[in-house]
Ligand binder design. Structure first.
Ligand code: BYC
Length: 317
């Protein structure tokens, strides 16, 4: 590295250390730019693919009220995808390139969305646990060092708390219902608990990006810190529902002021991340079909914009 680049990097790090936001037009190290494109686009893809397990239940929601709330939630997720793709575009990558990475299977998205949503109780468990985990991760990201990402996250977090409550309320209703409804809620918790813990990513000692991302304040807390925060927050919520967390090693540790918990099946996690989860292929197929079927809409939008631009030019002339 020459002296000029070294100075630029030192100045950049000093700005981060002073708590300044980095904006799109500011100088930034290439690795900082690439790390953001990777993380923001993975996040955007997760929102978009995340619509699929819940979209599966919109037509089968048990009442009009439940249907309206679920529809609003899924629609919010599309919106989150849009804010995040826009934030990624400020770093010099095009929307088409981002979509190509998702549709070809090159890009990652959250492991959690490769599990199937088998019963209505899964809508409760997803809102409660998946959105609950997402909020813990995303509140930290409202303080991330890249301005456009941090600002997108502020808006997203407000909507996520409605999502989490929507899910918890479904669980509460089921748990106050018949024996069969409570059993359905317990079954959903049993299936979604461990995958929700995996959402936070690999253990700190196996996370290749954490150290640098903490230094650049992209991440403000490590994967393990956030996972522990989620467990400590969620166990009392399960108690209130009268449900049992499916972990026989789960135990309050007075000394640490936190819950100890059992081993996570990291082999399962990496298997899902590598594309071999229960629904990976199905999810990619659905996204590719949506992309192909939406071509006429994109073409019509471009043609309309061109026509409007032509009209402006001829009026001005
Ligand atoms: N699934 O060094 P690490 C939502 C990858 S959506 C798949 O710890 P990093 C919602 C990781 O990408 C929630 N892959 O990485 C939507 C990396 O691979 P590459 C999504 C994972 O980036 C609809 C490798 O493992 N939230 O809220 O420092 C309905 C090593 O990991 C996963 C976000 O995306 C995973 N779970 O930390 C309801 C938040 N975990 O790229 C809800 C933004 C790790 O080297 N993202 N990997 O090939 C982040 O905060 C961070 O990217 C992570 C991972 C904490 C997820």
């Amino acid at each position: 590295m020459d002296n000029k680049s070294r100075n630029l990097e030192e100045e950049f790090q000093a700005r981060i250390d002073a708590g300044e936001n980095i904006e799109a037009k500011d100088w930034m190290p290439e690795k900082y730019r690439k790390t953001h494109i990777r993380q923001i686009s993975q996040h955007a893809h997760s929102e978009v693919v995340g619509m699929l397990p819940e979209g599966n239940w919109i037509t089968r929601a048990p009442s009009l009220r439940r249907k309206v709330a679920l529809l609003a939630k899924v629609q919010d997720e599309a919106g989150h995808g849009l804010y995040l793709y826009s934030a990624a575009e400020t770093l010099g990558i095009s929307r088409d390139e981002l979509m190509e990475q998702l549709n070809s299977g090159k890009a990652k998205y959250s492991s959690i969305f490769n599990y199937p949503s088998l019963t209505w109780a899964d809508m409760g468990a997803i809102g409660w646990l998946v959105d609950g985990a997402a909020i813990i991760n995303q509140v930290m990201l409202t303080k991330t060092s890249y301005g456009p990402y941090a600002r997108a996250m502020v808006r997203i977090c407000k909507e996520e708390s409605f999502h989490q409550r929507q899910g918890y309320e479904i669980m509460l209703t089921l748990c106050n219902g018949t024996e069969a409804q409570k059993a359905m809620a317990q079954d959903a918790l049993n299936r979604w608990w461990w995958p929700s813990l995996m959402m936070f990513g690999p253990r700190d000692e196996e996370s290749p990006h954490t150290e640098q991302s903490m230094k650049w304040k992209i991440k403000r807390k490590t994967n393990d810190e956030l996972r522990q925060q989620f467990i400590d927050q969620t166990v009392p919520q399960a108690d209130l529902l009268g449900l049992t967390i499916p972990d026989k090693d789960l135990k309050w540790n007075d000394e640490r002021g936190s819950y100890d918990f059992g081993p996570i099946d990291w082999e399962e996690f990496w298997n899902v991340v590598k594309g071999n989860g229960l629904c990976n292929r199905k999810r990619l197929k659905a996204r590719n079909e949506a992309w192909d079927n939406g071509k006429w809409v994109r073409d019509a939008a471009v043609a309309y914009a061109e026509k409007q631009a032509e009209r402006k030019v001829s009026k001005a002339g």
